[in-house]
Design a protein. Structure first.
Ligand SMILES: [Zn+2]
Length: 295
């Protein structure tokens, strides 16, 4: 499932190409005109993905320009010029892929799971693919977005400056009887961390994913905090992890997988001590760790 680094990557790439600001990026060519592109039409191939009447959806989307693209937790927020915002969650297998105008048509195989296509006036497209169809597109008034997010109860954004060690420690106090890994993945605790990065953060901190929060030392809490910031930032730099179906907005795989230390590496050597990485289940989900390095 795309986590914070993956959704943030998509957000940044789409900001470069569909919001229409003059900005240079290495990969995707930014639009040369300063006026944002307009959505000419929309093709809905899987209506169930859209959690609002198709009539209201089309009314908001067609003819609109994209004013801004934001992210909160793993949710992508696309602000439209008509006063509505699209809230897109990619869930297990969602992809948002931008196809520039006059781009050689991508083979139909790579897009057989396309559910929604946004066609822009300049001939470019935004494809929303979703193999497993767990994702969604919601439509809310832009002025109501904040209220929606509050209702979701998301925890702090870990990469924001005001998320400091003391906040993290305070949050942990209320979770003292729980295991650390599921807590890191709890969206109401901290926003954006999922299975991959929770494993990596625990490894970085030398803490077993099953450790009871109340037994963590101050030193370990500090390492967990540093791990959260360091690993999420690093993963964004490498455009995320394509451990499963994730592709960035250019349709390319993220490059962080070779840098993962324990996630998906069961039976392989620990890069730190040479021990063997193990996989256990916590609450039905796999967790990877080094039994020698992590206490
Ligand atoms: Zn080790």
């Amino acid at each position: 499932m795309p986590e914070l680094p993956e959704v943030e990557t998509i957000k940044r790439q789409l900001n470069n190409v569909i919001v229409g600001k003059k900005r240079k990026s290495r990969g995707l060519k930014s639009t040369s005109s300063s006026s944002p592109k307009r959505i000419k039409s929309v093709e809905i191939l899987e209506p169930r993905l859209i959690k609002v009447s198709l009539k209201s959806f089309k009314k908001a989307v067609i003819g609109a320009t994209i004013k801004a693209i934001r992210r909160r937790a793993k949710l992508l927020i696309i602000d439209l010029s008509d006063g509505h915002s699209l809230l897109i969650h990619l869930k297990m297998s969602g992809q948002l892929i931008y196809q520039p105008a006059r781009h050689p048509e991508l083979d139909s195989e790579s897009h057989k799971h396309t559910r929604v296509v946004y066609n822009f006036t300049d001939g470019s497209k935004l494809l929303h693919n979703d193999l497993r169809k767990f994702g969604f597109v919601k439509l809310v008034e832009t002025k109501e977005v904040l209220k929606y997010l509050e209702k979701e109860g998301y925890g702090p954004e870990p990469l924001e400056k005001n998320f400091a060690p003391k906040n993290f420690k305070t949050l942990l106090v209320n979770q003292s009887r729980k295991k650390i890994k599921p807590i890191l993945m709890e969206q109401t605790f901290i926003a954006g961390i999922g299975n991959i990065y929770a494993d990596e953060i625990c490894f970085y901190a030398g803490v077993k994913p099953t450790r009871i929060v109340g037994t963590l030392t101050d030193e370990e809490i500090k390492k967990l905090f540093n791990g959260i910031k360091k690993i999420l930032r690093e993963a964004i730099r490498y455009r995320g992890s394509s451990a499963d179906l994730y592709l960035d907005a250019e349709g390319k795989e993220g490059e962080y997988v070779p840098r993962l230390k324990v996630y998906g590496r069961e039976g392989e050597k620990c890069p730190r001590c040479g021990g063997i990485v193990e996989r256990i289940k916590i609450g039905g989900r796999g967790a990877h760790f080094c039994p020698r390095c992590q206490k």
